[in-house]
Design a protein around this ligand. Structure first.
Ligand SMILES: *[C@@H]1O[C@H](CO)[C@@H](O)[C@H](O)[C@H]1NC(C)=O
Ligand SMILES: *[C@@H]1O[C@H](CO)[C@@H](O)[C@H](O)[C@H]1NC(C)=O
Ligand SMILES: *[C@@H]1O[C@H](CO)[C@@H](O)[C@H](O)[C@H]1NC(C)=O
Length: 507
């Protein structure tokens, strides 16, 4: 009896110690979290589900679309001289940054044109009333133009100025708003321009402002109701995954009446996600994917035109902290809550390390006001040293660093064979991951990766080997990983498709 008591006492004592240490700090990750992103659900990404944009009139002219105009009469491109701050000229034989205009969509035919330096084109603001210049930073009626497309050739356009007259490239050095309604659309008409689209964006801002908030509301609410459903959570759980990372946008915090053009209702979808996650025993990572002002200029952070304004003022940082505060207060007591990610993919140098660290400190404290259990995830800046936050994040109990590993988006991967891609994962990624794993440091999450690459025509077996190489390396991440994404019209980017078609198995 006495002999058996001692080990039992020791066991009880060590359980006691373990529970004390648990109470003092969040539990260390018991095992690697295998998760999948629910991308393109509560934050729109057009490439994931293009059909969402189908019913928008003029849907090739959404916010952030970059266009160039060549005068057919002069054979010259319109150009914001000096990139902005002065007149518009028509004397460039080729087009680059200064000859490119970013659209702000006002109606389906009316637009404002933002130039390289950030000003907007307007009429009557410099010298002669009819000269066209890019001097305003706050676009209004004088900066709003109509694009009139030739109905048999949509790339042939005329631009009607706010005074009702049309822009013309009368001479190379001056562009004026003084051409009448009449046109033969001929090559001799100085009010006719050949318009080319350089790039386009298809995110939350584009879909909401493209339809207009009223028409966007039923479109997005139907998408939120149907794109991800309870059965998907059951599938995720049955596939050997333990959680989901859910991208959300800052406007969710002012549901049901977010600032225009955003649409209310995504909060209900997130509530549903928690119900389903808890039912199927899945962990939820809430990921603030789109912060106010956009932290990376990409469509997936709901940028209007590619600019990055997040973090530039204290007010903006405070607003973002209050979004985190809202999410933490709403979900802290939910069993499904595993972690809150303070911001996704901030991009340097526009987002400075200083403003990011200031925000992470405040955001971390906001989460801790409601829970000591949930992990708090901090993203490293894109195109910065992966290790820049390592020491900083070490100061916070239960902190996690998020890094994203794609064999894409860099010329490093141009022309790599399947085997070279796999070697890169086995050697370089695993070295990178090791160097992020330090004692008393933050845990590490590979919050996004995908079995897709720049290889054309790879076989199923090559995809399987690529996926397995990544799984093997990323399984060593101390916090875990999340595949990008569960559903996507691009097959390899859909974990559901990859599992159902035998490319990836997690069991
Ligand atoms: C479109 O432009 C062509 C010349 O390129 C012109 O012949 C035609 O009338 C224009 N169509 C309309 C509907 O204005
Ligand atoms: C275009 O016109 C402006 C205004 O006259 C002039 O300052 C500039 O040098 C011209 N640029 C070219 C490439 O001709
Ligand atoms: C990948 O690792 C190899 C071998 O360590 C190294 O020679 C190469 O420079 C690395 N590539 C990149 C892009 O870091």
């Amino acid at each position: 009896m006495a002999e058996t008591l001692a080990p039992i006492n020791a066991l009880i004592f060590s359980i006691f110690l373990i529970s004390i240490s648990h109470a003092a700090r969040p539990t260390p990750s018991p095992s690697t979290l295998k998760a999948v992103n629910l991308g393109g659900w509560l934050v729109t990404e057009g490439w994931i589900k293009p059909s969402l944009f189908d019913a928008i009139p003029n849907n090739d002219l959404l916010d952030g679309t970059q266009v160039q105009f060549r005068s057919v009469a002069q054979g010259m491109y319109l150009c914001a001289e000096s990139g902005g701050g002065t007149i518009i000229v028509a004397n460039r034989t080729s087009a680059s940054g200064w000859e490119t205009f970013k659209l702000w969509r006002i109606t389906e035919t009316k637009f404002q044109f933002r130039v390289f330096n950030g000003e907007f084109i307007g009429v009557g603001s410099e010298g002669s009333d009819l000269a066209v210049a890019a001097v305003s930073n706050t676009p209004g009626v004088s900066e709003t133009f109509e694009i009139v497309r030739n109905s048999s050739d949509s790339g042939r356009v005329r631009i009607r100025a706010p005074n009702g007259l049309f822009l013309q490239a009368k001479t190379e050095a001056s562009v004026t708003a003084d051409y009448s309604e009449n046109t033969n659309w001929g090559d001799d008409d100085p009010s006719v321009f050949s318009m080319s689209i350089v790039t386009a964006m298809r995110g939350e801002f584009q879909i909401t402002n493209g339809y207009g908030t009223e028409k966007a509301t039923p479109v997005l609410q139907e998408h939120w109701r149907s794109f991800i459903v309870e059965d998907d959570f059951e599938f995720v759980a049955q596939s050997g995954l333990g959680g989901v990372r859910i991208p959300v946008g800052w406007w969710i915090a002012s549901d049901p009446t977010p600032p225009r053009p955003f649409v209310g209702g995504s909060l209900q979808a997130l509530d549903n996600a928690f119900d389903w996650a808890e039912k199927y025993n899945l962990k939820v990572i809430i990921d603030l994917h789109a912060a106010p002002g956009s932290q990376n200029g990409y469509e997936h952070s709901a940028s209007r035109d590619g600019s990055i304004e997040w973090g530039s003022t204290q007010e903006n940082i405070d607003q973002t902290v209050s979004v985190i505060d809202f999410l933490a207060s709403r979900y802290a007591q939910r069993e499904g809550l595993y972690a809150i990610e303070l911001i996704n993919e901030p991009r340097g140098p526009d987002v400075t390390l200083e403003s990011l660290e200031k925000y992470y400190t405040a955001g971390y404290n906001a989460v801790r006001r409601y829970t000591t259990e949930a992990y708090v995830i901090m993203s490293t800046r894109l195109s910065a040293d992966e290790k820049e936050l390592l020491q900083f994040a070490s100061r916070f109990q239960g902190s996690v660093l998020d890094i994203h590993y794609y064999n894409l988006f860099s010329d490093v991967f141009d022309n790599l064979s399947p085997q070279q891609n796999i070697d890169f994962v086995n050697n370089n990624r695993s070295t990178q991951l090791n160097s992020l794993t330090i004692s008393n440091g933050p845990l590490v999450l590979i919050g996004e990766w995908v079995a897709e690459w720049q290889v054309n025509g790879a076989t199923k077996e090559e995809y399987q080997r690529f996926a397995n190489a990544q799984l093997e390396v990323y399984n060593r991440a101390s916090f875990g990983w999340a595949y990008w994404t569960l559903k996507n019209v691009q097959q390899h980017w859909s974990l559901e498709w990859m599992i159902k078609n035998g490319y990836i198995s997690l069991m």
